[in-house]
Structures are given as C-alpha cells and as structure tokens.
Design a protein around this ligand. Structure first.
Ligand code: SAM
Ligand code: SF4
Ligand code: F3S
Length: 495
C-alpha cells in the first residue's frame, strides 16, 4: 500500500506517563519521519496530532482526555484541519469507547500496534473515520529494532514488554499485555547498531526487566545458571535466557566497546536475583563493567501487611537484605523507588513503617503517589477507605521526609570528583550568569549513580556524549553543581 505523504507535513506528539511511553513516542516520531514528515513545534502547525496517554492513575487519564479537548479546539481553528489520534495505555484500554467521549477523534491505537501508525494515518488522511488498531499481538515472540530520531548520546532499548505480576492495584498488565522478551542476540545486535551510530548510554526498558528471558530457550547455553530468587521462581528458569546474561553479553561484545554506560528500568524485588546483584561488583571481581551504579527498585510500601494486600509477593525484610547486599558489593550505588500511600486499609502505623523504610534504605530519590483505584483491578473491589485528605497529608509528609534525606545525601558529594556523561545544555542557564545562548553555557549530565550534575563551560563545541570529570562544589536536594576538571587545556581535551 502507498503510504507516503502528499506534501511536507508535520506531526505533533504529546506524551504522558512513564519511560515506556517516552520510548514509544520516539518510535512513533521515527516512523512518521520515515514517511517524510517532520516534527511540529506546536499542535496548530501539525496535520497529525497524537496523544500518547497513560492510565496508571485516574489523574493521568484525565490529563490525556483534557488535552484531547484542547486538540479539538486546535482542529476547529486550524487551517490545516489535522487528524487527531490517541494511543498508549489509554488507547489500548479504552479502544472505541473513546469516540463516545471525543466524537472529533479520528483514530485510536494501542501499545502493540505502534508500527501500524503510518498505515493508520494514511487511512484517516484518505477519509476513513474512527479507525481502531488496539488488539494485542497474539504471538508469543517479541522481535523489534530500536528506532531513534537524530544523533543522541542516550537511547532507550525495549528488551521486553508486558507484565505478568498483576499487583492488585495496577492497570499495566491490562494495558501492556503478557510478558514477552526479545532474544539476547537480537538485543545485542540492536545495541551494537546504536553504538555505531554514536549512542554512548543505553537504558534497557521493560516493566520488569529482571524477568527478561522467561520463555526464551537459551539456545547458546550461556552459563546454565539457576536464578536464586528470594521467593518462588516467577522469572526465567535454568535453560532460559535471563537478564544478568543479557547484561554480560552487551558488556563483552566488541562491537559495543564504545558504549560507556548500561542502565535499566524498572525491576521488581521478586526477580532481583543474587546473580543480578553480583553484576554490580567491580569488573575485576566479576561485575559488569559498564553497568551504572544505580538501581530503581520499586517497593511501594514499608508494611508487610500492605505488601501482601498489594500482591507484591515479597516481604520488607527480604528487600532490606537485597539492598544491604547490593550496598556491600557497590557502596556508591544510588537508589530510587516507587511508593504508594493511602492504599486500602493503610493505617498510620503502616504509613510510619514506610517512613522508617526511607530512613533505613536512604534513597537518593523516590517517586510517591496517592493510591488511585483502577477499574478492573483486584484492589478496586476493596473499599477505598483512606480519605483524599489523609492521602494528601501522607504524601506531603513522605515527600518532606525524603527531601531531608536527599539533601543530606547530596551534600556528602561536595568536594568529590564525579564522572558525568553530558546530556545537553541545561534548561536553566542562570548558573552561567550570562543570557541564554551566549558562552559560557551551563551543561547538564548524570553521574553513574544517576544524579544530575550541572557545570559551566566556555567550550565552543557541543559537549553532548562526552564523559567529563566534575569536582562537586555545591548541592540542592535535586542536583549537584561543580567545575570541570581537565588537566590539559580545553582545546586539547576537545580535540
Ligand atoms: N513495573 C514498574 C514497577 O513495578 O515498578 C512500574 C509500574 S507503574 C508504571 C509505576 C508506578 O506507579 C508503580 O510502581 C506504582 O508506584 C504506581 N502505581 C501503579 N498503580 C497505581 C495506582 N493504582 N495508584 C497509585 N499509584 C500507582
Ligand atoms: Fe504494575 Fe506490579 Fe507489573 Fe509493576 S510489577 S507494572 S506495579 S503489575
Ligand atoms: Fe502509564 Fe502505561 Fe506507563 S499506564 S505508567 S504509560 S505503562
């Protein structure tokens, strides 16, 4: 089918939700660019408007739907008369019901039909209305190739999709379907291709990357290890591919030699195996050399009573043991987590156990949310008995508590020299003391342990993708500031 555009057209994509959706939007943009389209700076310049929606909490759904309302106004007032579509977890879940809420909508697509986007756009641009592509792919395999737009130092690489954990509160298993993993060989080839195009940091993406490989026969018989999960074996079994093997395969592939950093997100305590913890050891002690010293391991609550009701299938003592072992192997590791407050039945004592968890683990940062019942989940059948007021109070107390911890942790970095990968120019150029655009400029990047670091440089060239040593001079609870240490003159460092 001819799917090329008639004239130079533009697309506008607005993204809600997690890094999965961010990566999916990048793929949508790349697919539309392959059709000859370019990105619009604002929706009123676009002939295709796409909202990539998130369903994880009611507020997120509201945001996507009210944005859809705004796009209707754009459609009414624009001379271009754009076609409007909604995708992501909202499209997947709501499907054609969305046309009732938004009759001006032209198409709906889901999380498994992103590659159909050019065809969908072609159909609606040729007069079809209310086109829906929101079925899950019934195949058990997952094979793809990462698409990135322009040269970037970092890339997201989907290594698996879906979620089989069915935590009682969570809609994601319904919006992303069953867990399916790519093969190790396919991911390594993909990463090698990205490295050849200039990528220096990859983030391996999935809802539970540490159950990667479940169901993939380990054809190359890479280390026939059995994963020692704390409770049960829900992830891959011996004879199947697994996540530590994937990390080692990327790290040891000669085509990935120029890769500086491997990150991953997200993971679940249940599949956080001893083998994975050992990957954090120094390279000379058998660790994965390029694995960054950070871990986002969602815990949700510090109370065993709530962990059980949430269907997390682990206890807080096991989580502490995992964190202690990790810190022993990698003392500088930067930790972060997700927390839910106000889950049904949460008492003041349960909540205080979550505060004590923060003191015990000492996270660099946390993502905390007020519980939001999601229709169709098991928890939605429980009485939502913590009032909105108490949920809000607990959320604020938790964030204030964590802010103090982050502040103290960040301040311990002052005076240290940290290696950072430069990601770009900082949005806020105040630190340079000169107007935006003029040299010197403020650059921003991250440490291996995922802390944001800003520094000023009068480099005439872009520093994106460079690894630089920064001496930390000051800190806030959210970021570090410092000075670039380069023993040779700048011109030599840049040459
Ligand atoms: N798979 C990842 C995990 O297990 O951490 C990500 C899950 S979800 C996309 C991100 C976070 O949203 C969860 O870790 C949880 O803290 C939060 N979340 C999920 N469902 C929620 C709900 N119904 N209400 C409030 N927060 C929720
Ligand atoms: Fe949701 Fe739990 Fe799956 Fe994470 S592990 S996506 S919280 S069901
Ligand atoms: Fe939202 Fe879907 Fe991510 S529900 S948090 S965009 S997986």
């Amino acid at each position: 089918m001819e799917t090329g555009p008639k004239r130079q057209e533009k697309y506008f994509i607005k993204t809600f939700g997690c890094q999965m959706n961010v990566a999916d939007s990048e793929r949508m943009a790349a697919l539309l660019s392959e059709r000859g389209m370019s990105e619009a700076a604002a929706p009123d310049e676009a002939s295709v408007i796409i909202l990539n929606g998130c369903s994880v909490r009611q507020k997120a759904v509201h945001k996507a739907l009210s944005s859809l309302g705004l796009m209707q106004e754009v459609k009414k007032n624009s001379a271009i008369k754009p076609v409007i579509g909604i995708g992501g977890c909202v499209g997947q879940l709501e499907k054609k019901k969305l046309f009732r809420k938004a009759p001006y909508l032209d198409f709906v697509f889901g999380t498994d039909t992103i590659d159909n986007l050019p065809e969908i756009v072609h159909r609606v641009q040729n007069g079809e209305r209310k086109v829906v592509y929101a079925d899950f792919d019934p195949s058990m395999n997952y094979s793809t190739e990462t698409k990135v737009q322009a040269y970037k130092a970092q890339a997201f690489v989907n290594i698996m999709k879906g979620c089989d954990k069915y935590c009682t509160y969570c809609i994601v298993p319904f919006t992303r379907g069953r867990e399916k993993s790519r093969t190790i060989d396919e991911v390594v080839n993909d990463v090698a291709r990205l490295v050849a195009s200039g990528v220096r940091e990859v983030t391996l993406l999935g809802q539970n990357v540490n159950s990667f490989g479940k169901g993939n026969e380990n054809v190359k018989r890479r280390e026939p290890i059995e994963l020692h999960n704390q409770i049960g074996k829900v992830g891959p079994r011996a004879g199947e591919e697994n996540f530590p093997q994937l990390l080692r395969a990327i790290d040891s592939d000669p085509r990935c030699a120029a890769l500086k950093r491997i990150r991953f997100t997200s993971s679940h305590p249940l599949d956080f195996s001893d083998e994975l913890i050992e990957c954090y050891a120094p390279a000379e002690k058998g660790g994965v050399a390029r694995l960054t010293a950070n871990l986002h391991l969602p815990v949700q609550s510090g109370s065993n009573q709530l962990l059980q009701k949430m269907g997390r299938h682990h206890q807080i003592e096991g989580y502490f043991a995992q964190m202690d072992r990790l810190r022993e192997i990698c003392p500088d590791v930067g930790l972060s987590t997700d927390l839910i407050v106000g889950f049904p039945g949460e008492t003041e004592e349960d909540f205080e156990q979550t505060l004590r968890l923060l003191d015990r683990v000492q996270y660099d940062s946390v993502y905390a949310f007020a519980y939001s019942p999601r229709p169709g989940t098991r928890a939605a059948k429980l009485a939502d008995d913590v009032s909105a007021k108490v949920k809000n109070e607990r959320l604020n107390r938790l964030l204030a508590h964590q802010l103090k911890i982050s502040e103290a942790l960040y301040a311990t970095r002052i005076g240290k020299v940290m290696e950072i990968l430069v990601e770009g120019e900082a949005k806020n150029q105040k630190m340079a003391g000169v107007p935006n655009g003029a040299a010197p400029r403020v650059w921003t990047g991250r440490t291996s342990c995922n802390r944001i670091v800003n520094f000023v440089s009068d480099s005439p060239r872009s520093l994106i993708g460079k690894i630089v040593d920064i001496k930390i001079t000051s800190s806030t609870p959210l970021s570090l500031q410092g000075e670039w240490i380069h023993p040779e003159p700048l011109a030599e460092v840049l040459s």
